[in-house]
Design a protein around this ligand. Structure first.
Ligand code: BES
Ligand code: MG
Ligand code: ZN
Length: 492
């Protein structure tokens, strides 16, 4: 999708389809700007007939209004002061989805001054992400997007705008969405490693793929115990972005990368949605999506490691037995009392590996627990952190980007639930507080001096319905928040 700024006098604009945002209380006034293109009297009457008052959520679409205009969509933006970017995102997404297969080009007129400097970027990002369609596996359905160009009107006060950064971030999100949406017979651990190599080659990033044997040499007994139940070989992916000059901050991003989670011998039965478990690599998709975006954004002063221990949780004659005792690469032993709590086993070795790189901060993203989904639903991910500053920074970044995030407690007393009679710990605690014990389990594999945040995206990586800027399907949750946070660490 192309974004452009229409620099000339508004009255010379030739487009046939227009979206216009109006604040409450000044409607007639604001409409004056488009009096060259519509019959204002007629329009104001229509707005009144439809009881349009410019409230948030109000929107009205009109066809054929004389002159050259074929369609006009008016959306209410509420009070001029205190306009909320998230509300804008939701209204715009809904309205743009209605026109994507109808119009080739639309003009967009917003109260830019009231919206503030960055609104145009948020709007472009929203439009781009909410019109995403993925027909890779649907060869016979012809769902073409007609909309090719959006022209922003009446922006004369803004000097130079580049949509390059928006494009880079959106490409990262779309990359993540595609990985998540790909079925498990297509996106295998091998395929994921190939995608990672593609990103690295495209942007000149360092990449290492550790094979099963390399992982064995590093003592990754927890990760390999999960992987051995599948006929497909595990692939441990490590991409590194190094900034051009000096490094002032070093980060490791770790993503859970289960290309399919059957549950293992604790097979997913009943309503556990085994058929959706292709999305159990949502964390790794966010991490690789961020790698793609970072590869083109090239932030200054920040070294970033992208780490994924990719594998499948399946059942064969070699698969873990419920009750096995395994040893992770930090030497800790784990009694596997439930083979379906496999993500934390793969992350145990991935977090140990990340800790050994001695970063300032580690952030992991994982579709880790159904308990988190039950606690926070589909719009909010859970975050656990050993550091208040990091937690607040991530909450800020998520709020900026409109990705729901809520901090949860690392309740130490719940550690008892992971006590094992035979090993250093079990991999599964009691049902109550299940997402908290999962986070406490992960903490056992970190260097305590490193700031760490764990984000459980079990609920947010997928949406069954269109929601805000996410069309139904994979959301690419996390990419935008991660990039926003990384940019706040940039030394310019
Ligand atoms: N991948 C699942 C978590 C999950 C469940 C993600 C539903 C998205 C939707 C994870 O591997 C898992 O199976 N967790 C178990 C843990 C339990 C055995 C302690 C769960 O949540 O049921
Ligand atoms: Mg599982
Ligand atoms: Zn899983």
């Amino acid at each position: 999708m192309q974004f452009s700024i229409f620099k000339n006098q508004l009255s010379s604009w030739q487009g046939r389809s227009l979206i216009i945002g109006l604040n409450k209380d000044y409607i007639d006034n604001q409409l004056e700007t488009i009096n060259f293109i519509v019959d204002l009297k007629q329009l104001i009457k229509k707005l009144n007939d439809n009881n349009f008052k410019g409230e948030i959520g109000n929107s009205i679409s009109l066809e054929i209004l004389g002159h050259n205009l074929d369609s006009l969509t008016i959306i209410g933006l509420g009070e001029k002061n205190g306009m909320n970017t998230n509300v804008l995102r939701n209204s715009l997404s809904e309205c743009i989805r209605k026109v994507i297969d109808k119009e080739e080009k639309i003009g967009m007129l917003m109260p830019w001054d009231a919206l503030g400097n960055n609104a145009i970027y948020d709007i472009a990002e929203t439009l781009r992400l909410s019109t995403y369609k993925d027909n890779r596996f649907n060869k016979h359905r012809d769902e073409k997007i007609t909309l090719k160009e959006i022209e922003f009107l009446n922006l004369e006060n803004i000097e130079s705008i580049s949509f390059k950064e928006v494009e880079n971030i959106c490409q990262g999100v779309e990359f993540a969405r595609k990985l998540v949406a790909a079925p498990p017979n297509d996106l295998t651990p091998l395929e994921m490693s190939k995608k990672a190599i593609e990103i690295a080659n495209e942007h000149n990033l360092e990449i290492k793929i550790l094979e099963e044997n390399d992982c064995r040499n590093l003592g990754m007994g927890a990760y390999l115990a999960v992987a051995k139940g599948s006929n497909l070989k595990p692939k441990f992916i490590h991409i590194t972005y190094r900034p051009e000059n000096s490094v002032s901050f070093k980060v490791a991003l770790v993503g859970k990368g289960l290309t399919f989670d059957s549950g293992g011998y604790n097979l997913k039965v009943g309503a556990s949605q085994i058929e959706m478990m292709k999305y159990d690599m949502g964390g790794s998709a966010a991490v690789l999506g961020a790698a793609k975006a970072i590869g083109s954004l090239k932030p200054k002063g920040v070294e970033i490691h992208f780490i994924v221990a990719a594998c499948e949780n399946m059942i064969n004659g070699l698969a873990m037995h419920p009750g096995d005792v395994i040893t992770a690469s930090n030497g800790k032993t784990i009694e596997v009392n439930n083979t379906d709590a496999e993500g934390r086993l793969t992350l145990a070795d991935a977090l140990t590996y990340a800790s050994n790189l001695k970063p300032n901060t580690i952030i992991d993203l994982a579709t880790l627990t159904g308990a988190c989904l039950i606690a926070l639903g589909n719009d909010v991910a859970g975050m656990w952190s050993n550091n208040d500053e990091l937690a607040n920074e991530l909450l800020d970044a998520a709020l900026n980007k409109g990705e729901g995030l809520w901090r949860m407690p690392l309740q130490k007393s719940y550690k008892d639930g992971l006590k094992s009679h035979i090993a250093d710990m079990k991999n599964t605690g009691p049902r109550a507080g299940g997402s908290i014990t999962a986070a406490l389990f992960l903490e056992e594999f970190l260097d305590k001096n490193i700031n760490w945040a764990h984000i459980d995206i079990a609920g947010t990586c997928w949406t069954d319905k269109n929601k805000g800027l996410n069309p139904s399907g994979a959301t690419g949750y996390g990419v935008r928040t991660l990039i926003d946070w990384i940019k706040s660490k940039e030394k310019i």
